[in-house]
Ligand binder design. Structure first.
Ligand SMILES: [Zn+2]
Length: 478
């Protein structure tokens, strides 16, 4: 596949697992900004160059479709993280084949994942751009700098040209499970909230909250609990919000996310967050509460689907009271049974985030073509799962999985629930680890996948296609 306009045609070339950029131009001027070696071919000029940031930037200058766009609130949208930098072509195919009208967010990585994998924000962007050239995708894409907790993380995303900023004040969400007292509320940072306890109570105590299918009478205890639980998170969210909006040189959009906390976000707490952030001057297009249980890594939804439907209807009803923003579903991969109800309950105002599931498509390639490397990844993942399982929403039992892979059908293993979660959790330690000869797993993993990029794309297009297909019907109506 190629990207083409009047003066330029761009494509990605493979020589085994080694990749390069080829640009065919009608004039030498059209190659300004690209780096590499040029030669004449017939009437044209051909440049062969590296997959470098300079070449990614030159491609963006030449092709508007390679500049990330805002997602906005009017189309369903699906984000697909890419931990290897090789998944974008197959992901783009999923949208082309099964996601008509669904906005793809193809550059999406959290600051935590970037640091874990030693990737810069710009390298995430570059990989997406080269992947889009490889896919010949001209349908536009979003770029989500995910789960940002520091202004330094914002600066990195801004510099790399990210458009969507997912601000996560979750570390400032307080544990209120032991109950809340008036003294706890009095101790909140009222100056920074530009508020007082008396004014807070006057705004909310006794109000009736309409959540579509029901009405909630808001008590003083509800208000104190919401403020103590989320008040400091509101201050932190505004600190991040002001930093990104004051420093952005290009159009951006904001998601607020409190999904990575241990405690469910109640309907009034969602209302409180939206109301307080609005009062302090923020606007956003997407919001991720902490939902009911059942969102485990890599598995279909394990909770009560009807409870989830009513939960999403209420969150959507609250979002409508503040201009109608999207409800964002994180840890959203492989939840095939609930996608239709998520679209219905939110009337299509929904954003789905997936990330690790694309990595598992790469793992499938490794298992087939380099089983020795897979075996090493399996050992590392199993060990890191035992160490790290407490910090994830997971239920896999390592005891139910094999320690030796002799005679095991690896494709079947990767499709099993326990192994999926173990591989999901172990990706960082695996990609940062070394193989049996002491060489970096990361490089060998990428070599194997790149050498089978066609098959990798087929697996991704089919698997991500199942994710995006349920979101396209609504997009077409919008
Ligand atoms: Zn999240």
């Amino acid at each position: 596949m190629t990207l083409r306009h009047d003066a330029l045609t761009a494509s990605i070339r493979y020589d085994g697992s080694a990749r390069s950029l080829r640009v065919d131009a009608t004039t030498p001027q059209a190659l300004t900004g690209f780096e590499g070696t040029t030669s004449l071919a017939g009437d044209g000029h051909v440049l062969t160059g590296p997959l470098s940031t300079a070449n990614a930037a030159a491609l963006q200058a030449a092709f508007p479709a390679l500049r990330p766009q805002r997602i906005g609130g009017h189309r369903t949208s699906v984000g697909t993280g890419d931990r290897t930098g090789l998944a974008t072509p197959g992901q783009a195919r999923a949208f082309a084949e099964q996601g008509a009208g669904v906005m793809p967010v193809l550059a999406q990585q959290s600051i935590r994942e970037m640091d874990r994998l030693g990737r810069s924000a710009r390298s995430v962007m570059d990989d997406a751009i080269f992947g889009l050239v490889e896919a010949g995708w001209e349908g536009g894409f979003g770029a989500d700098c995910d789960h940002i907790k520091t202004t330094e993380g914002i600066d990195r995303g801004l510099e790399a040209g990210f458009v969507m900023f997912t601000l996560d004040p979750g570390d400032l969400v307080a544990d209120v499970t032991a109950g809340v007292t008036a003294a706890d509320a009095e101790a909140l940072p009222w100056d920074q909230l530009e508020d007082s306890l008396a004014d807070l109570k006057a705004r909310y105590v006794g109000m009736t909250l309409d959540v579509g299918h029901s009405q909630i009478e808001v008590t003083e205890q509800d208000v104190l609990t919401a403020a103590v639980k989320y008040g400091r998170a509101v201050v932190e969210a505004m600190r991040l919000y002001r930093h990104v909006t004051e420093n952005a040189q290009h159009e951006i959009e904001i998601e607020f996310a409190v999904d990575e906390t241990a405690w469910l976000t109640t309907f009034f707490e969602h209302f409180y967050l939206a109301s307080e952030l609005t009062r302090l001057g923020a606007s956003w297009f997407s919001f991720a509460p902490r939902y009911v249980d059942g969102f485990e890594k890599g598995l279909d939804f394990l909770g009560d689907a009807e409870e989830l439907r009513r939960n999403l209807e209420a969150h959507h009803a609250i979002a409508e009271q503040f201009g109608g923003y999207k409800i964002s579903l994180h840890s959203g991969s492989d939840k095939f049974s609930i996608y239709p109800l998520c679209v219905e309950a939110t009337q299509g105002l929904v954003h789905l985030k997936t990330s690790g599931t694309s990595y598992l498509c790469g793992v499938e390639i490794v298992a087939e073509h380099d089983p020795e490397l897979f075996s090493r990844i399996w050992d590392i993942s199993r060990a890191s799962y035992v160490r790290a399982r407490a910090s994830y929403q997971v239920s896999a039992e390592e005891d139910r999985t094999p320690t030796s892979l002799a005679g095991v059908d690896l494709a079947e293993l990767i499709r099993s629930d326990d192994a999926r979660q173990i591989l999901h959790v172990g990706y960082g330690d695996s990609l940062n680890g070394t193989d049996d000869s002491g060489d970096p797993i990361h490089d060998r993993f990428l070599d194997v996948v790149a050498a089978h990029q066609g098959q990798h794309g087929d697996i991704l297009a089919a698997h991500l296609g199942k994710h995006v297909a349920p979101f396209q019907a609504v997009a077409a109506r919008a």
